[in-house]
Design a protein around this ligand. Structure first.
Ligand code: SF4
Length: 199
């Protein structure tokens, strides 16, 4: 079955949703490409810098980034090498293990992040025109799909509530044991600094 076959695509809402999501993925790629070209960088170099800026050192390693973006370690290493040469990123030796290092942005790198991270703004502006109830419905569906894809191994890394050891469900109410508060659909996260993988 192919959702690109228009007869198949147009015969079910599910197939049209898949085709629509695929179309949206191109929009994000295009928006990122436009920013990347402006700065003489590749999309993955920008993605790495944005990720490093917002995540803690133990996640800012070549191995973790490779899993995060579903690319190979040599691809991450090549991107990091160029970012180092451009003095946008530096390697910091891990005090606990001299063979390991994590990545850290230079001031110039932070400036580039600041100037490029708004590549998603056209989508944000669109969503701001949708009601809170519609956004919540959409978020419940999208976050649920992400969690399921992670459990199937399609998305390798994520830090979502439903996979966190602090998450529980009681009487159909979601709860975060760390924040000690109930979680409405709108509160569910797909990336949380306090995430700790459930065992
Ligand atoms: S710690 Fe973060 S990821 Fe875990 S349940 Fe609480 S809010 Fe969700």
């Amino acid at each position: 079955m192919s959702v690109f076959n228009l007869n198949i695509q147009n015969e079910s809402t599910g197939n049209k949703i898949v085709a629509g999501l695929e179309r949206l993925s191109h929009v994000f790629k295009t928006l990122l490409w436009e920013k990347a070209k402006e700065y003489g960088l590749s999309p993955v170099q920008i993605q790495i810098m944005i990720f490093v800026h917002y995540h803690s050192p133990e996640k800012n390693t070549v191995s973790y980034l490779a899993k995060e973006f579903s690319i190979t370690k040599p691809t991450v290493s090549d991107a990091v090498k160029i970012l180092e040469q451009k003095k946008l990123l530096q390697k910091i030796n891990d005090a606990a293990d001299s063979r390991s290092f994590y990545l850290h942005l230079t001031d110039s790198g932070k400036k580039i992040v600041h100037e490029t991270e708004d590549f998603t703004n056209p989508i944000s502006h669109l969503l701001s025109g949708i009601s809170g109830a519609e956004q919540e419905l959409l978020w419940g569906t999208i976050s649920g799909i992400i969690v399921k894809l992670n459990r199937q191994g399609v998305i390798k890394v994520q830090r979502a509530c439903k996979n966190c050891r602090h998450f529980s469900i009681d009487d159909n109410t979601y709860f975060c044991g760390l924040l000690k508060q109930p979680l409405a659909i709108a509160d569910l996260r797909i990336d949380c600094h306090e995430f700790s993988e459930a065992v």
